[in-house]
Ligand binder design. Structure first.
Ligand code: GLU
Length: 278
């Protein structure tokens, strides 16, 4: 049975881009006699707000989106993400990184890579080869750290793997695009990548539907699935909806929210029709 999901982060109100994504996912499940679920990705407590969770569910109901099961709230699952990161640690594919954002940004190596438009890891690897003594010393000094994936080690363990997208075909994991990505953030004990991978598996999602903006993250998720011995889903990365000026909708831009459209008298039926559903 096909299981799809819509997994918004409650960092703002839903806009037309989200509406498209939710309707797209629901439609695929319906067409396949499958199941469509909703998950709230609220691990980033500094940016997520309960008021947005309420708004999101209210907007989805108004839009007529129907989901199965209870809505899963990621902040209730931190222990599961910790178990997964322990497993990755035991495989030796994570290392602690003590760098601050500022240090990473000012590294000339990074500037060079940007200049040459090489898409490999933006992290210059400063902490990749710290000795055990150096790590212990920094931990003793209570310097906060994240855990990064050692992409070279991950490549050694996982090897050549592929992922399949219903819209764009088969893709080989590109370890350079992925780089030494952060798997456990300093502040929240997990990351989007880890939480989404663990939860898609936990909820039996076998068709991950989301916008093309997250296409490159899929390399990371595919590798984590192999390392954690999880089932491998398929993906469908859809086009991003743009406004009349050709600009992508975004929460930070204060794009027109569904709530505002609703208040101005636009009906759910109009929105579904405008977005190509119904
Ligand atoms: N929570 C993510 C977001 O709102 C989407 C996660 C996903 O679809 O994989 O951008």
């Amino acid at each position: 049975m096909t299981v799809t999901r819509f997994a918004p982060s409650p960092t703002g109100k839903l806009h037309l881009g989200h509406a498209y994504s939710a309707l797209y996912s629901e439609k695929i499940a319906r067409e396949n006699n499958g199941k469509f679920i909703v998950r709230i990705e609220d691990i980033d407590k500094t940016r997520c707000k309960q008021q947005y969770v309420d708004c999101i569910l209210d907007d989805l109901n108004w839009l007529g989106v129907k989901w199965c099961d209870e809505v899963l709230i990621q902040s209730t699952r931190i222990e599961q993400y910790q178990l997964a990161s322990k497993k990755l640690l035991s495989l030796g594919v994570l290392y602690p990184c003590f760098c601050t954002r500022k240090e990473i940004a000012s590294n000339s190596d990074v500037a060079n890579r940007k200049l040459h438009n090489e898409n490999n890891s933006l992290y210059p690897g400063t902490c990749r080869n710290l000795s055990d003594e150096e790590v212990s010393e920094k931990i003793r000094k209570r310097i906060p750290y994240s855990l990064r994936l050692n992409s070279a080690k991950a490549k050694e363990k996982v090897g050549k793997v592929y992922w399949s997208d219903h819209l764009s075909g088969l893709h080989e994991v590109d370890y350079d695009v992925m780089g030494d990505v952060v798997i456990v953030r300093k502040d929240i004990g997990t990351s989007y990548h880890l939480a989404v991978t663990v939860d898609d598996d936990f909820q039996g999602v076998n068709l991950v539907t989301r916008g093309l903006d997250l296409f490159e993250s899929t390399h990371v998720h595919r590798v984590l699935q192999s390392l954690l011995d999880l089932d491998i889903p398929e993906w469908s990365h859809h086009e991003l909806i743009r406004d009349s000026a050709g600009k992508r909708y975004s929460k930070s831009d204060q794009s027109l929210s569904l709530e505002k459209l609703r208040e101005s008298g636009v009906s759910a039926k109009d929105i579904r029709k405008d977005l190509g559903f119904d």
